[in-house]
Design a protein around this ligand. Structure first.
Ligand SMILES: O=c1ccn([C@@H]2O[C@H](COP(=O)(O)OP(=O)(O)O[C@H]3O[C@H](CO)[C@@H](O)[C@H](O)[C@H]3O)[C@@H](O)[C@H]2O)c(=O)[nH]1
Ligand SMILES: [Mg+2]
Length: 245
């Protein structure tokens, strides 16, 4: 189980991962503006293990998801803006001096959502941040690093690409499909430790995939849902699966 503490929220003034901009433009003679974020494009990979007839997904703590939940845990605003960054810092802060402060700290800490509130099920995925590599090569690396399967680039089949966020980023994600077997498994996966990645590899049996996809109690990305549906309409006949989608 994740242990999340010492949360501190600060304004993001520069980042290797995103850059905010505002564009002013005229559309059919009307002056408009839009705020957007420049980010990396990405790849995602639906992995199907043909030995165990399971999909291989990753599960990881996503700070952005957690902070959305955190905001919901804050008390209703009483004269002042709820959920200021300072509150988040205090809520999970280090032990301070004993006494009345302790009571206040404990109360704030009790308003923290559990770490599981920030954990999501996702396709194996990664940023396109290595200009020398093709999308397929980046996808191959992610499958190895995050899930521990060593597969040749030629086995990656492009499913499609789409805009992963149209309101804020406009970034493109390209989705691949790859079949692996237990023999392709060369490690545990889990991500790159030097990048601080902590990824859990999880298997979803094919027969449970549709219930998994539509279970709203299981936090997941749209990519998981879409790719499971794609599998059912494109690959199910090969695996003689009857589909009631
Ligand atoms: O603010 C940040 C952002 C990223 N990282 C690092 O960068 C890595 C990025 O990992 P990578 O596997 O390349 O990308 P993902 O975080 O998996 O993101 C992909 O997978 C997501 C879930 O499918 C999609 O939403 C994204 O668009 C897609 O890029 C992270 O693990 C961190 O090490 C940070 O340290 N701080
Ligand atoms: Mg990733």
């Amino acid at each position: 189980m994740e242990q999340i503490n010492n949360i501190e929220v600060v304004p993001c003034t520069s980042s290797n991962y995103m850059k905010p901009f505002r564009v002013h433009y005229s559309q059919n003679g009307t002056r408009k503006s839009w705020d957007f974020m420049r980010t990396h494009d990405s790849v995602s990979i639906l992995i199907f293990n043909t030995s165990s007839h399971c999909f291989i997904l990753v599960k990881q703590f996503r700070p952005a998801v957690y902070m959305c939940e955190w905001e919901k845990h804050q008390p209703a605003p009483a004269g002042e803006e709820a959920g200021g960054a300072g509150d988040a810092a205090d809520a999970a802060g280090e032990e301070k001096a004993s006494g009345a402060g302790d009571v206040a700290d404990a109360e704030k800490r009790s308003r923290l959502p559990p770490p599981s509130a920030g954990v999501t099920y996702e396709l194996c995925a990664g940023l396109v941040d290595k200009p020398a590599l093709s999308l397929e090569e980046i996808a191959r690396q992610e499958v190895l690093e995050e899930c521990g399967y060593d597969v040749p680039v030629a086995k990656l089949r492009r499913i499609t690409s789409y805009r992963s966020g149209v309101g804020v980023t406009g970034a493109r994600q390209t989705m691949f499909y790859v079949e692996v077997s237990d023999e392709d498994c060369v490690g545990e996966g889990g991500g790159e430790p030097q990048e601080g990645e902590l990824i859990e590899v999880v298997k979803v049996p094919l027969l449970e995939a549709m219930n998994f996809a539509y279970d709203e109690n299981i936090p997941k990305t749209m990519g998981v849902i879409f790719s499971f549906l794609w599998f059912h309409s494109n690959m199910a006949p090969k695996y003689k699966i009857s589909t009631n989608v």
